[in-house]
Write a protein that binds this ligand. Structure first.
Ligand code: MG
Length: 167
């Protein structure tokens, strides 16, 4: 059984915070505002994975009122979501993330994000895609007010967890 999920997240730029995308620190004068480290790539991927197994969303499992996730490393949040997916008897087939950012240029860091995230999700590098686009100056992202990410995830039910048909 193959299933897919979609995830979306957006965070606003602020000064005085590190910019962390896909678990990778990117040199930038501004970071993203948020309760955790505001890693919008990990958040969108986590929501795509939860969507694939119809297990709610990260706001529900990791509320931004919970002090445990204050300035949290979102790679650990993603790891916790992967554990939920596995507990439901699924493994991850592939994920794809599309980063929307006017600045800084994030594509030079895409490979490092893939290398950081693949082992967390128990997949190979070929199963993790990270892409980036600008918004051509259009809208809030185009004005450089923040960064948004769209992500999709495909998961598959582990064969060993599927009960054989009764005769
Ligand atoms: Mg978020």
């Amino acid at each position: 059984m193959i299933r897919t999920g979609i995830g979306f997240d957006i965070h606003r730029f602020v000064t005085g915070r590190k910019l962390i995308l896909g678990g990778v620190e990117i040199p930038s004068l501004e970071g993203l505002d948020g309760h955790s480290d505001a890693d919008v790539v990990c958040h969108a991927l986590a929501d795509a994975l939860l969507g694939a197994v119809a297990d709610g969303d990260i706001g529900q499992h990791f509320p931004n009122t919970d002090p445990r996730w204050k300035n949290a490393d979102s790679v650990e949040l993603l790891r916790a979501v992967v554990a939920r997916v596995k507990a439901k008897g699924f493994h991850i087939v592939n994920v794809d993330a599309a980063i929307q950012a006017e600045r800084p240029k994030v594509m030079p860091y895409a490979q490092r994000m893939r290398e950081r995230l693949a082992p967390v999700m128990g997949v190979t590098l070929d199963d993790v895609s990270v892409k980036a686009t600008t918004m051509e100056g259009l809208g809030a992202i185009g004005r450089g007010e923040g960064i948004a990410v769209m992500a999709v995830a495909t998961v598959e039910k582990d064969e060993s967890r599927i009960l054989p048909d009764l005769p």
